[in-house]
Design a protein around this ligand. Sequence first.
Ligand SMILES: *Cc1c(COP(=O)(O)O)cnc(C)c1O
Length: 246
Amino acid sequence: MNEDILKNLEIIRRRITSACTQSGRDPDSVKLLLATKTVSPDRIKIALQAGQTLIAENKVQELKEKYEALKDVPHTNHFIGHLQTNKIKDILKYEVSCVQSLDRLELAEKLHQRLLLENKAMDVFIQVNTSNEESKFGVAPGQAMELVKRVSELSSLRIKGLMTIGLLSNQSDKVRDCFKLLKALQQQVIAANIPYVAMEELSMGMSGDMEIAIEEGATIVRVGTAVFGQRIYPDSYYWNENTEIK
Ligand SMILES: *Cc1c(COP(=O)(O)O)cnc(C)c1O
């Protein structure tokens, strides 16, 4: 099982490289974030010890449960789940450095107040619901610009980019449309030249759709099951490439 994690990381690294090559991008321009929901600290550690540095939880409860076990292994914690305002304190306590799922002004204001109290600042991404599914969190695309402007006025929050979960579908053109939309919003925000807003990051793409996301400009892909899950790859996937796998 644990060896699988190393093999899977190798495969992911190659998928990133090949998607970058495909679209004329530098592979170093795409960061790998490991989505660690339901994954035990022991297994997360395997990935961290293999050189991964960026992990993210969806639930504050899991963040809390794993905190002690992971504390001494260097890494960066992002938060990618729906965040309730009454959990903001915990996010800070368990050393989340970036909330990628900021999707409403009320949350931004409460987060800002708490950060001021603790004399801290935090990176945030604005999460956009590009697939327009009711079940998904994220600000509606048409309201994203306004939210960026309002959040930019909160001095403890540093907007670094946008995040989205693409449509979960095997119709790749529809998935691609979600990522294109996020990229277009990024360009609009850049053009609006809002003070204190950096827009260099686009967090999009998961295990099943990271190639499409990279082609459309992702700078962070968030991968869970393809690293930690039960997915079995055919041997041909390992052997028809040149590089060695440990
Ligand atoms: C679980 C999760 C991922 C990773 O999804 P996989 O399909 O397991 O790679 C990415 N982003 C968010 C917000 C998630 O909740």
